[in-house]
Design a protein around this ligand. Structure first.
Ligand SMILES: NC(=O)c1ccc[n+]([C@@H]2O[C@H](COP(=O)([O-])OP(=O)(O)OC[C@H]3O[C@@H](n4cnc5c(N)ncnc54)[C@H](OP(=O)(O)O)[C@@H]3O)[C@@H](O)[C@H]2O)c1
Length: 342
């Protein structure tokens, strides 16, 4: 058997960090080098989560990044930059689950996150880890910017149209719902049971959510000179623990028939192990994807009204975070892309 890949996880006590510990502990080619927590160093993960995984938590200055081949950063944005520097200097591949390396332009990062980036030169180097669309660049990446959860659901749903130039000058309307784990484990009033239960709450609707910047950036990458003109993005907080469902409205591509559009999607995603294209008559739901690394996509043509509606679902903690990070690690280290994920 080949030498296992040594993985370090920073922010292991958060929702994405714990999901990573779970996935990597069952991964056939990985051994956990360390799991870092500031607040809970000295404890075991089993003291925080109902899990038999007896993973010791270590303080940030107790671990040596050189003992990891790959470093996963499950930290709030702004706090991942220092660990990125430490990881890269130690020669590890860094996979950053935060937003710190997703935007290529430091001014855009400053505008949307209100922070000056500590290492702007890394923004142009980081490879955006939407695996299905960036596989080749990922194979040699030193720094992988794992995509946001909402952008993953929207970009995978629109990829075939963007790549074919069918959204040129379009207005894209993405109406998305996320489970509460999307907000992380730190206590906040807006995530309290009584605020969330039996409620459905839109927030930052229009063109306000930080993921707008990331989605628009990737529209331009995938669509090139034929990218959409406008994005309306309306996220909602859904009273479930996990899962994202995006209902996306785009103009019906002029001159296209339903069969040709379905064929475009089928051909594009024919060999993708984690894209689940549903047949006509079926609709993607959260149940299609929660606790999996899949993205389920269903197409709903309304040509008489000049619209194509696409529904896409993922698990925000898996394909929207930890699962996609493992998928990216698999690609980067030349493993079977599905290892540890099926
Ligand atoms: N939740 C999702 O669905 C999702 C999806 C995609 C991407 N993301 C992104 O992934 C990152 C982690 O998300 P998460 O949901 O796992 O967050 P979380 O549950 O709030 O966990 C964050 C972890 O970071 C650690 N941490 C280290 N420095 C910190 C600091 N200065 N302030 C607060 N926490 C600090 C915390 O543990 P210690 O304090 O013990 O060190 C905590 O365990 C975020 O950037 C998030 O935007 C999240």
């Amino acid at each position: 058997m080949s030498t296992p890949i040594r993985a370090g996880i920073v922010g292991a006590t958060g929702y994405t960090g714990f999901e990573l510990v779970r996935l990597l502990s069952a991964h056939p080619h990985v051994e956990l080098a360390f799991a870092v927590s500031r607040r809970d160093a000295g404890k075991s993960l089993g003291e925080l989560y109902p899990t038999p995984l007896d993973v010791p938590l270590q303080a940030p200055d107790e671990v040596d990044p050189r003992s990891a081949d790959v470093l996963f950063l499950c930290l709030p944005h702004g706090t991942a930059q220092e660990w990125t520097r430490r990881g890269l200097e130690a020669g590890a591949v860094v996979i950053d689950l935060s937003a710190d390396h997703r935007l290529r332009d430091p001014a855009t990062y400053r505008r949307w996150y209100g922070l000056e980036h500590a290492a702007p030169h890394l923004l142009s180097e980081a490879v955006y880890g939407l695996t299905e669309w960036n596989r080749e660049a990922l194979r040699s990446a030193r720094l992988i910017a794992n995509p946001g959860c909402y952008p993953t659901s929207i970009l995978l749903a629109l990829g075939p149209l963007l790549k074919t130039g069918l959204l040129e000058e379009a207005t894209v309307i993405a109406d998305s719902k996320s489970g509460v784990s999307g907000a992380g484990r730190s206590p906040k009033v807006s995530s309290l049971f009584v605020e969330v239960n039996e409620n459905l709450k839109p927030y930052n609707i229009g063109h306000l959510h930080r993921h707008v910047a990331e989605i628009e950036q990737e529209f331009a990458v995938l669509g090139g000179s034929r990218a959409p003109a406008n994005l309306i993005f309306s996220p909602h907080l859904l009273p479930v623990s996990r899962g994202i469902l995006s209902t996306i409205y785009v103009p019906w591509p002029v001159g296209w028939q339903e069969g040709a559009l379905r064929a475009l999607y089928a051909e594009t995603y024919a060999h993708e192990p984690f894209i689940w294209l549903l047949p006509p008559g079926q609709t993607a739901t959260l149940a299609h994807t929660v606790h999996t690394n899949r993205c389920a996509i269903s197409l709903h043509p309304v040509p008489d009204q000049g619209q194509l509606i696409i529904v896409s679902t993922i698990d925000n903690l898996v394909k929207g975070a930890a699962g996609q990070a493992v998928q990216n690690m698999n690609v980067r280290f030349g493993l079977d892309e599905t290892a540890g994920l099926t």
